[in-house]
Design a protein around this ligand. Structure first.
Ligand SMILES: Nc1nc2c(c(=O)[nH]1)N[C@@H](CN(C=O)c1ccc(C(=O)N[C@@H](CCC(=O)O)C(=O)O)cc1)CN2
Length: 297
């Protein structure tokens, strides 16, 4: 039985953070301003609290000034829009991130569209989405850009490769498909209505699983030697009563015996998301101040 290469997302994320940090040091030595990231969390979702804490900690480590805004779960849409407007105008803030999901009384799309596109380090604003599709300079969503970076490190050129993206969310599936298309891959977007998903999957050289269904992608869905990028983060009951464990959207133990390379959960795509966020803050800061930005890795 073969064994795929297990991609160490923590190690690659550390390389990205180091590249961001060294670029900030050089820019600062030349008199550039301190890059600033504002992170907004509404409510007390435990997973979101962990992600926001990590974002602020990692930002500080690479030399990004982070501004934390913790708002109560009852915050109104108007109050949040007011904060976003203030952050849009704050010259110390180059990147604004509103942690998702938001409480039900707030229209998330309205908030995302209120963020100034030049400070939209999540890449969710329709201006940046449009630029990604039409090929102009854009801030690109962090998780798909992290996947692309890993794919290019593994495979080199993606030109002509068959890729399948499982899931069509605005945060991962759709931007992922656009990024792969930009690299001249042949891209299929699969979703809940796709016929014979296993067969579609078996044709792919690159599988990106972003459906949010624990271990849905089985080993016999994978083409031998394919690259498997697992974006899923699903908490399921563990063998020990009362405990839980994290699994991806891919049945790892099966897929690892077929794939050429595969990301684990945890320790695969997740850490890349935050590393790429820091890269995006640096890019936003450079664009806003007309400074040179060098691609990381
Ligand atoms: N405004 C945004 N909100 C959300 C985004 C986003 O990109 N922008 N993505 C996710 C959450 N997320 C970042 O915000 C995120 C998810 C997971 C990880 C991560 O490092 N995961 C670890 C496991 C962590 C654990 O033990 O729970 C891993 O996979 O190794 C980082 C960031 C939704 N919201």
């Amino acid at each position: 039985m073969s064994q795929a290469k297990i991609i160490d997302g923590n190690a690659v994320a550390a390389d990205v953070r180091a590249a961001v940090a060294s670029q900030i040091t050089i820019l600062r030595a030349g008199g550039a301003p301190l890059p600033g990231l504002a992170v907004v969390l509404v409510g007390a979702d435990p997973a979101s609290q962990v992600y926001v804490r990590n974002k602020n900690k990692r930002a500080a480590e690479v030399g990004i000034n982070s501004f934390e805004h913790y708002l109560p779960a009852e915050t109104s849409e108007a109050e949040l829009l007011g904060l976003v407007e203030r952050l849009n105008l704050d010259p110390q803030v180059h990147g604004i991130l509103v942690q998702l999901p938001l409480p039900a009384q707030i229209d998330a799309q309205k908030i995302l569209e209120a963020i100034h596109p030049a400070k939209d380090v999540d890449g969710f604003h329709p201006f940046n989405v449009g630029r990604l599709v039409t090929g102009g300079p854009a801030l690109v969503p962090c998780t798909p850009l992290g996947c692309l970076l890993l794919a290019k490190r593994e495979l080199g050129s993606l030109s002509g490769k068959r890729a399948i993206v499982l899931g069509r969310s605005n945060i991962v599936g759709k931007p992922m498909a656009q990024l792969l298309l930009r690299e001249s891959a042949t891209v299929t977007i699969a979703h809940s209505r796709t016929h014979d998903l296993p067969e579609e999957c078996r044709r792919a050289d690159i599988v990106v699983a972003a459906v949010g269904r624990p271990e849905m992608v089985k080993g016999d869905w994978i083409k031998p030697g394919a690259l498997v990028l697992d974006v899923g983060i699903n908490r399921i009951p563990a063998a020990e009563p009362g405990k839980t464990r994290l699994v991806g959207d891919v049945a790892f133990a099966e897929a690892v015996t077929v794939a050429g390379a595969i990301t684990p959960v945890p320790g695969g795509i997740g850490p890349m998301t935050i590393a790429i966020l820091l890269r995006n803050v640096l890019e936003a800061c450079c664009r806003l101040h007309d400074l040179p930005f060098a691609e990381v890795l």
